[in-house]
Design a protein around this ligand. Structure first.
Ligand code: NDP
Length: 453
């Protein structure tokens, strides 16, 4: 049977674009379609613009810290419109790179919705039917929304937050995951009166408890008002903005309500049933370790499969798929050791097991922990401490987890991840010569096991 294409990819985000580009590089005849903008969540309304906002939110601290080093700066003012315009320019550039990379390899890029139309075929929004030997679904995810509370329509998500016309004076952020704490930290840094409302007593469930505590302390120190063990009951328009009513009956006046209560796989209206592609309880596409769905010839990578929803993971899944199907190199991506960071200020980063999960797996542990004020903060007068923690298997000495909170935590943990990937033991960390004077040197100079008080 002949097909129009060897590979048709639905979704031009990180996973889909990587797979299309690599498959085209192997000589496959490839087409990809994207109904919105090439780059997907990460580039358009996620990691990249978020990081630019994080940088913007840190300058106020820099201006303040500069005084301790002898600088006198004039009155600092911030212009939201400039940030948005420069962010948009950079995103447009990356968008072109994403699409251009596929074209450069001879792939066809389309700009419209597509859905499956039986095995080996897709139907485009303009009615065209295209056949392909292999189809890859990489449609990503979308923010979950409060559906059931009065005034839910007033609540924005991370989709809209990057396009705000003006910086609000006050914001209420709902949720306690990555997006909620990052945006609470960003808005507080930009001088917005920020309230974080979360249904539990701590943010960042699943992270090491020391990091969770440290993150909450850092948010408070940044001026974020934490309203814990609470839930949104409703949002009403008010003369001056919105009135948020909580489950307890308490009310919060604000100009903007942002919800970050998780994301869900974007599997709606994809025609999955026409080809026998099965989904799980959250709507995620069920795949095997080669990202093959329950339908022969149809694969899925990235957030739409709801495995580990991070850009580098989608990239690796897309790469492994292309290597397997078009490169004659069967590859299963191993999801076990994935570093991640939360870009609050200060940021936190982690790789490997938390102390709690390591104990739950039955490990006897040695814990090494250091909390110190980095040199820079001593001179600047900033009362912010760095936290470093190593979770070590007592029997083998192997480092199971590395957790940091403080400036450049993400940069440091990226390097530590190499050591963990190589199976490094605590003695290997000890044998590594410190690079002085840095904050990161603490990671190789911790000698005393931590003893609970
Ligand atoms: P997360 O899954 O990280 O967190 C969701 C948060 O919302 C949790 O605190 C959860 O609480 C809470 N929540 C869930 N449902 C409700 C509800 N009905 N009412 C109130 N609160 C609720 O989701 P995010 O939206 O923050 O981020 C989505 C994903 O995007 C992340 O999982 C991550 O993979 C990715 N991401 C990664 C980033 C990075 O790497 N730096 C940055 C941003 C996003 P509970 O703990 O009780 O379940």
């Amino acid at each position: 049977m002949s097909f129009d294409f060897d590979l048709f990819v639905i979704g031009g985000g990180s996973g889909g674009v990587r797979a299309a580009r690599i498959a085209a590089g192997y000589g496959a005849k490839v087409a990809i379609t994207e109904s919105d903008r090439y780059g997907g969540t990460c580039v358009i309304r996620g990691c990249v613009p978020k990081k630019l906002f994080v940088y913007a939110s840190r300058f106020k601290d820099e201006f303040e810290d500069a005084r301790g080093f002898g600088w006198t700066t004039g009155e600092a003012t911030f212009d939201w419109a400039t940030l948005i315009a420069n962010k948009d320019r950079e995103i447009h550039r990356i968008e072109q790179v994403y699409e251009g990379g596929i074209k450069a390899k001879g792939g066809l890029t389309l700009h419209m919705r597509a859905k499956l139309d039986g095995p080996g075929a897709v139907k485009l929004a303009d009615g065209t039917r295209i056949t392909a030997r292999t189809i890859l679904i990489a449609t990503g995810g979308r923010p979950s929304r409060y559906g059931d509370i009065p005034g839910a329509a007033h609540i924005i998500t991370s989709n809209e937050v990057f396009e705000l016309k003006a910086l609000p004076r006050r914001i209420a952020v709902c949720g306690g995951g990555y997006i909620a704490v990052e945006f609470a930290s960003i808005f507080a840094g930009l001088g917005v009166e920020t309230t974080l409302i979360h249904r539990r007593d701590k943010v960042l469930r699943g992270f090491d408890e020391d990091l969770r505590d440290g993150c909450m302390e850092a948010l408070r120190a940044r001026g974020v008002r934490l309203v814990m063990d609470e839930a949104l009951a409703g949002v009403d328009e008010d003369v001056a903005g919105f009135r948020v009513t909580l489950r307890s009956g308490a009310e919060i006046e604000t100009d903007l309500v942002l919800s970050a209560i998780g994301r869900e796989p974007a599997t709606g209206d994809l025609g999955l049933e026409t080809a026998g592609v099965k989904t799980g309880s959250r709507g995620e596409i069920i795949v095997d370790s080669y990202s093959q769905t329950t339908a022969p010839g149809i694969y899925a990578v990235g957030d739409v499969t709801d495995r580990v929803n991070l850009t580098p993971v989608a990239l690796r899944e897309g790469q492994a798929f292309a290597d397997t199907v078009f490169g004659n190199k069967p590859t299963q991506f191993d999801h076990t050791l994935i570093p991640s960071a939360v870009f609050t200020t200060p940021e936190l980063a982690t790789v490997g097991l938390s102390e709690e999960s390591a104990r739950a797996f039955g490990h006897e542990l040695d814990i090494y922990k250091s909390r110190f004020r980095p040199l820079r903060n001593i001179v600047s007068g900033r009362d912010e401490r760095m936290l470093m923690k190593l979770v070590v298997d007592a029997a083998s000495g192997r480092v199971l987890g590395c957790h940091l909170l403080g400036p450049d935590a993400a940069e440091i943990v990226q390097m530590a991840a190499i050591a963990l990937q190589l199976g490094a033991r605590k003695v290997d960390f000890d044998a590594t010569v410190a690079l002085h004077p840095t904050a990161a040197e603490e990671i190789v100079t911790m000698r005393d096991k931590w003893v609970p008080a």
